[in-house]
Ligand binder design. Structure first.
Ligand SMILES: [Zn+2]
Length: 68
């Protein structure tokens, strides 16, 4: 059984993406039975979206102000 600490560690370190099939299955099972980690995963995904949106905004060139 995967512990919350192990699950959160895998998730926040990004290792869940490259984890073995067994680890990902364990993580998935843990999410099913653990509402805390389920909520945390949702918040983490939201945070990811926010960061992506923020990064995209930074990449967008500033509009010209027309003073030249
Ligand atoms: Zn948990």
């Amino acid at each position: 059984m995967m512990t919350c600490r192990h699950y959160i560690f895998l998730l926040t370190s990004g290792q869940l993406e490259q984890a073995t099939y067994a680890d990902r299955l364990n993580a998935w099972q843990h999410r099913l039975i653990c509402s805390r980690c389920r909520a945390f995963t949702k918040n983490d995904a939201k945070l990811d979206d926010l960061l992506t949106a923020y990064r995209e905004r930074l990449m967008t060139p500033m509009p010209k102000d027309g003073s030249d």
